[in-house]
Design a protein around this ligand. Structure first.
Ligand code: NDP
Ligand code: GDR
Length: 330
């Protein structure tokens, strides 16, 4: 039975990856940090199948212990401060959790289990300003946020550990991927949650920032399969994972509202507070290498993804409404 350690297991990707590895018969170790309010929402259905280890990205001792206890064949480093907008007000914390923490994790693996295969969650945010489209593994990086800069450090330190110590370390350069488990502050989920509230009469507007930004959005469940495939290869490498389609935020909004019979123009309000100091205008990935070398394939289309998220939020909101729980904006 293979053993895997996942950091960030309570997040969107961690939860889908844990499900995938459990379905493949892995013994899954999930690292989670101590929080004042436990957050198991994404993994509640598999909570008892995960071996929980306590650890924080900023505490190297805890990471070494997590690797010692789990004795993993594969390590998936998904934990990070992952919200781009928060990286301007919290640039140093973002640097610690999204950049330096990768070195912490690599050191823990190098010291305790150097033969373990290592996956780093790199990001299309590293491409940032448009230099070339579509963006592929060889496209030069030009990050546009403290988050993007931090991810670039994490990316290169992973490459460096591969080359310095001959570790099996891979970086997946993943474009945006979404799901009903996406955090509520990210634009897709904010929209689908907003649509559900408006449809049920719980809100009458949705405040958004830049509707012109273009993103290459896929389904998170498809993307975690690519992470696993990268660690099943004979040699470690870096791969772009994307859909090869780009859509504006406005297109996402239009489909989400129209899927429940509403016109977005009646509800969406532009709000300066959601504009960013520097924007990534266009992301469009070319994942030919992943398709050819990993045999990775996409299953859920853009339109299916939007509708899946709207339907899930409608159900969730109806359940909350029927239980009479407080409904607050997050
Ligand atoms: P989430 O924000 O949903 O999950 C982040 C996870 O990291 C959570 O489990 C969180 O724990 C954990 N975490 C944060 N800080 C710490 C810390 N100090 N110590 C231990 N754990 C911590 O992110 P996603 O699942 O969407 O993304 C997974 C990874 O992939 C991230 O690194 C992200 O930057 C990267 N990425 C994501 C893309 C996407 O479109 N989703 C695209 C490209 C890259 P807690 O629950 O306690 O907050
Ligand atoms: P992103 O995702 O920054 O691409 O990072 P996000 O959903 O936050 O923003 C996407 C685009 O939508 C525009 N936008 C808004 N964004 C938010 N959050 N809220 C709004 O109200 C709003 N209005 C417009 C943004 O300006 C932006 O252009 C995600 C994260 O998962 C990262 O961790 C990951 O690395 C990248 O995707 C790839």
């Amino acid at each position: 039975m293979k053993r895997a350690l996942i950091t960030g297991v309570t997040g969107q990707d961690g939860s889908y990856l844990a499900e995938l590895l459990l379905s493949k018969g892995y013994q899954v170790y999930g690292m989670r940090r101590r929080t004042s309010t436990p957050n198991y929402e994404n993994v509640i259905h598999i909570k008892d199948q995960i071996n929980w280890v306590s650890g924080d990205l900023n505490d190297l001792a805890s990471l070494i212990e997590a690797v010692r206890v789990s004795d993993p064949d594969e390590v998936y480093n998904l934990a990070a401060q992952s919200f781009v907008a928060a990286s301007w007000p919290q640039p140093i914390a973002t640097g610690q959790m999204t950049a330096i923490a990768v070195t912490n994790m690599l050191e823990a693996v190098r010291i305790m289990k150097p033969m373990a295969k290592f996956y780093q969650a790199s990001s299309s945010e590293m491409f940032g300003k448009v230099v070339e489209t579509p963006q592929k593994e060889s496209t030069p990086f030009y990050p546009r946020s403290p988050y993007g800069v931090a991810k670039l450090y994490g990316h290169w330190i992973t490459v460096n550990y591969r080359e310095s110590y001959n570790m099996f370390a891979c970086s997946g350069i993943l474009f945006n991927h979404e799901s009903p488990r996406r955090g509520l502050e990210f634009v897709t989920r904010k929209v689908t949650d907003g649509v559900a509230r408006i449809k049920l009469g719980l809100a009458n507007e949705l405040r958004l920032g830049n509707l012109d930004a273009q993103r290459d959005w896929g389904f998170a469940g498809d993307y975690v399969a690519a992470m696993w495939l990268m660690l099943q290869q004979d040699t470690p490498d870096d791969y772009v994972i994307s859909t090869g389609e780009t859509h504006t935020v406005q297109e996402f909004v239009e489909i989400a509202f129209s899927s429940v019979g509403l016109n977005w123009r009646d509800y969406v309000v532009m709000d300066e507070q959601f504009m960013r100091p520097a924007e990534v205008d266009l992301l469009l990935g070319d994942c030919t290498k992943a398709k050819e070398e990993l045999g990775w394939e996409l299953k859920v289309s853009f339109e299916e993804l939007v509708k899946m998220m709207v339907q899930s939020d409608l159900k969730r909101m109806e359940a909350i409404q029927s239980q009479g729980k407080a409904l607050q904006w997050i």
